[in-house]
Each structure stands twice: as C-alpha cells, then as structure tokens.
Design a protein around this ligand. Structure first.
Ligand code: PCA
Length: 214
C-alpha cells in the first residue's frame, strides 16, 4: 500500500507551515509513505499533485494543511466545489465565488474512515476531531481537486485532508491561539498512516457519535 502525504509551503505571513514541517519527517515511513511539498497557490497545487499522483499511483492521498486557531488534529469530512479566497494566495491570486471544477459535483466526502482514525489518535493521547468544513481557501481547493481526480483514476485512491494547529513558535506570535508540538503532530500523522496500513483495503468506518450542533 502506498500513501502520498502532502504538506503546504508557508502562507499568510508565516515563516513556516506546520504541515510541511511534519510531513517531511515522514518521507519513507514504513516503506509506504511518499511526501510532496505543494505551493499555496490555487490551480498550481493541483497541477503538481496531479503529476505526482499519476507517477506514483498511490492507494491513499492524504493532504495536510495549517489551520491556525484549531486546537486538535482535524480530519476533514467534506470538500466543496467553491473557491472563495479571503486573502490572496502566494501567487497573488484571489478567486471570488468560482468553482474548483466547473460543472463538478457540489461536494465530495472523504472515503477514509475518519471516526476510526480520530479514535486511534485519541488512543495515542493526541487530540483529534472530525471537521465538516475545510474552509474555502487553497486547502479545500486541493481536497476537492484531489477527490475529483481520484474518481477518474483506475485505482480510485482514497483521499483525505487533515488540518493541523499552529506550532508553538507560531502561536507565540498569535496570543491566545492554541498550538501542538512538532513531536505530537508527527506522531499523529504517523499514527494515521499506521491505522491506514493496518486497515489495508478494509477501510470500514466504526460506529461512533460525532458531528456538531452548529
Ligand atoms: N492552509 C491553508 C492553505 C494552505 C494551508 O496550509 C488552508 O487551510 O486553506
């Protein structure tokens, strides 16, 4: 089983992006993990992901991104067909109310067993949650585009997106923001890979209470 893990370059005035800091430490993990750093740029990130996915033919595409302000590892359930950029990306593109894929479905759900993965993380002592919005910026764009691409590939890879908190050195400059150490982030992502490798083709979800009331 091959897992492609991606992280993003820094954006929004940050010097680092915790997603790439954590992902790059997992290159070659258990002989199953390949890694890729993506630009925080609409369209270009999808182009680069597409090249890699076609060359590697992974079973799982797991993309990681920074979500400053979140306090847990967030497993995203939904990718929506909408670009609505609150800030410009790293190439100064700021799409307003455009589709990721013109004519594509409104949304895709992740086909990874997210409740099972979240439970596995909590068992390892790492705060984890399901999330029902990946936002409308480059992360959602990548998640939607990767999900759309996956549907067109013979192996139909499973796609997931994980948002992670700031690193402590970032949170130090954003008073009041939660953070997670690189060690915990890395252990969390390694734990997700372990669960996926153990699950193999049996990606059954567990029955557990989740969801939000608002
Ligand atoms: N987070 C941004 C884009 C890149 C990243 O790491 C987002 O959540 O859209």
């Amino acid at each position: 089983m091959k897992i492609l893990l991606t992280g993003f370059e820094p954006f929004g005035g940050e010097a680092i992006n915790p997603s790439w800091e954590a992902v790059k430490t997992l290159h070659g993990y258990r002989d199953a993990v390949e890694t890729l750093e993506l630009p925080c740029v609409f369209d270009l990130c999808l182009e680069q992901l597409g090249h890699k996915v076609r060359a590697l033919a992974p079973d799982v595409i797991l993309a990681i991104g920074q979500a400053g302000g979140r306090s847990a590892i967030s497993l995203e359930k939904v990718a929506i067909n909408l670009n609505e950029a609150r800030i410009p990306d790293n190439a100064d593109r700021q799409p307003i109310d455009t589709p990721v894929v013109p004519g594509g479905p409104a949304a895709y759900f992740s086909r990874l067993p997210l409740k099972r993965l979240a439970a596995g993380l909590r068992d390892r002592g790492i705060p984890a949650e399901l999330s029902y919005t990946a936002g409308t910026f480059v992360c959602n764009h990548l998640f939607y585009g990767a999900s759309h691409l996956a549907e067109a590939l013979p192996q139909r890879p499973r796609v997931g997106f994980v948002h992670i908190p700031y690193l402590p050195e970032q949170a130090a400059r954003h008073p009041g923001s939660p953070s997670m150490s690189l060690a915990s982030l890395t252990a969390g992502l390694a734990g997700i890979c372990d669960e996926l490798l153990a699950a193999g083709r049996d990606m059954r979800e567990i029955e557990a209470v989740a969801g939000t009331t608002h």
